[in-house]
Ligand binder design. Structure first.
Ligand code: GLY
Length: 367
């Protein structure tokens, strides 16, 4: 088992990474539990794969478990579901000192974390992430949210978990497309800040995606360690360090919006293509060598993720995509900061980007 410490002003905790942690969930969580009943939030798909395992672990240690099962899918990360979850937790008399558990992907972790931040002005929560994306990104760092009518993740709070248990066995039950989409968030850490890790990804992505246990453990641990370093410096995204984690997300978010936040483009797929676009746009601005941008594109394509905007077959122009960016929550007094690249492994926040230039660039990429 790998153990990564996360240390922020809002809380210090461990991310434990290994195979079989869900089967042993009770012994990992017990030091944080005060009562012999535990509230666990999950969704229907995850429950089918993992509820029995987790329930058996707690039962063997003398705990009763209460389950709140959300309908699977991003649409459950909503204000009405948050209200229903809070009512349910209050009925179960969860107190401030109690810890609630989030078993699932980013949707489950984000809404559970927000409920935990609100319940009686804040109770503890434990993340049991079951997707690659949740293990390397959303379960770590304390961002919690629900989606609103005008956009994703627009209402939320920073609320750090008390523990994260990333069971690598959970990756075995993921559909291959979802695993690949999560991989985009792994290689992101290389592209934004660690050229050696990017080279490791080039050499090992195929093994990781095929299920190689060592490759998975190394990739998840390296990603979490990178994220822990960044959120340790800038928990609330104020200094600019944490904003680098948004590499690919501004372009990706516009593509997700244009495709209706649907199965046509998963979030990780949007991030993958968004990173390629950020690299190519950086090359257009003379920041990074064109061959380095194409190396990133080639690796993304080799993993089966989208690497060319034209392949999405969007019926729109660059200005339409830029219009989606204007709803980005990073908009700041009329400017939108972009995460661009000076080199592969060296990202920075550029506040001088003209949106007209982005639209012209995207027109070229769409063609
Ligand atoms: N997913 C980006 C962040 O946690 O800051």
């Amino acid at each position: 088992m790998a153990v990564i410490a996360v240390d922020t002003p809002g809380g210090s905790y461990e991310v434990r990474i290994g195979a079989g942690l869900l089967a042993d969930a009770a012994s990992h969580c017990a030091p944080l539990l005060r009562k012999h009943n535990v509230a666990i939030i999950t969704d229907g798909n995850v429950a089918r794969c993992w509820r029995a395992t987790v329930e058996a672990s707690f039962a063997a240690s003398g705990y009763a478990t209460y389950w709140f099962e959300l309908p699977p899918g991003e649409s459950s990360k909503s204000w009405p579901q948050l209200g229903a979850l809070l009512e349910w937790l209050l009925e179960r008399e969860i107190e401030r000192g109690d810890a609630i558990l989030a078993l699932g992907g980013g949707m489950v972790g984000d809404i559970t974390g927000l409920a935990a931040s609100l319940l009686k002005r804040g109770c503890r929560f434990i993340q049991l992430p079951t997707t690659l994306l949740a293990q390397v990104d959303s379960s770590v760092g304390g961002k919690t949210a629900v989606n609103m009518g005008v956009g994703k993740n627009l209402v939320g709070a920073f609320h750090q978990p008390a523990l994260v248990l990333a069971d690598l066995c959970a990756l075995d039950t993921l559909p291959p497309r979802e695993l690949r989409a999560g991989y985009a968030e792994v290689v992101k850490y290389g592209i934004l800040g660690d050229a050696d890790f990017f080279a490791w990804c080039e050499a090992n992505a195929a093994a990781l995606l095929a299920g190689d246990p060592q490759a998975r453990e190394y990739a998840v641990a390296a990603s979490v360690a990178a994220k822990a370093r960044i959120v340790g410096k800038d928990e609330r995204e104020t200094s600019g360090a944490r904003a680098l984690l948004n590499l690919g997300h501004t372009f990706g978010h516009a593509l997700e919006a244009q495709t209706g936040f649907s199965d046509r483009l998963l979030h990780g797929e949007g991030v993958a293509l968004g990173m390629v676009l950020a690299a190519r746009f950086s090359a257009r601005r003379g920041l990074i060598a064109a061959r380095d941008a194409e190396r990133i594109a080639a690796h993304i394509a080799a993993t089966g993720l989208p690497a060319r905007l034209a392949e999405l077959g969007l019926d729109c122009d660059g200005q339409t995509l830029v219009a989606h960016m204007l709803h980005d929550k990073k908009m700041d007094a009329g400017t939108l900061p972009f995460v661009l690249l000076r080199a592969n492994g060296d990202a920075f926040l550029d506040r001088s980007v003209e949106l007209a230039d982005v639209a012209a660039f995207l027109d070229g990429e769409l063609g």
